[in-house]
Design a protein. Structure first.
Length: 138
């Protein structure tokens, strides 16, 4: 999800006329504190379930680090596209402070915080209700 969010935000900066609305779910794009070694190990373990090749795992780890450390803070105010920011209050991967920072920096944004949810919002029906409501709004 994070890689896609970064790409969408960068695309919206480059081609604002082509982007009608943006939905961000527990998104990367704001500078984070240094990644702790334990978190990288957890990511490596997660990827190990899907990739047997050590080179693939290391490339994915590098991608994760790059995305996690990406910072669009100075550019977000330029994005005028209507944006919905969705976040789980119990997200341990992307701190909820980031949700509020996105909302502060994106001038045409609204935010919805799900009190009982963590990072994996994509699996919850209440999240999709908010997405559909947003996409169907004018």
């Amino acid at each position: 999800m994070h890689i896609k969010a970064n790409k969408v935000l960068k695309y919206a900066l480059m081609y604002p006329e082509k982007v009608n609305k943006i939905v961000l779910m527990s998104a990367a794009g704001l500078k984070s504190p240094k990644i702790k070694k334990e978190r990288l190990e957890r990511v490596r373990f997660y990827f190990a379930k899907f990739f047997a090749n050590t080179k693939q795992k290391e490339l994915l780890k590098e991608t994760f680090v790059n995305v996690y450390n990406s910072d669009l803070t100075d550019q977000l105010a330029k994005i005028k596209t209507k944006t919905l920011i969705l976040w789980g209050e119990k997200d341990t991967e992307m701190n909820i402070k980031k949700a509020h920072k996105f909302h502060e920096l994106l001038p045409n944004s609204q935010i919805v915080i799900f009190p009982k949810l963590g990072h994996m919002l994509i699996r919850k029906s209440e999240v999709y209700k908010e997405v559909f409501k947003f996409l169907n709004s004018k």
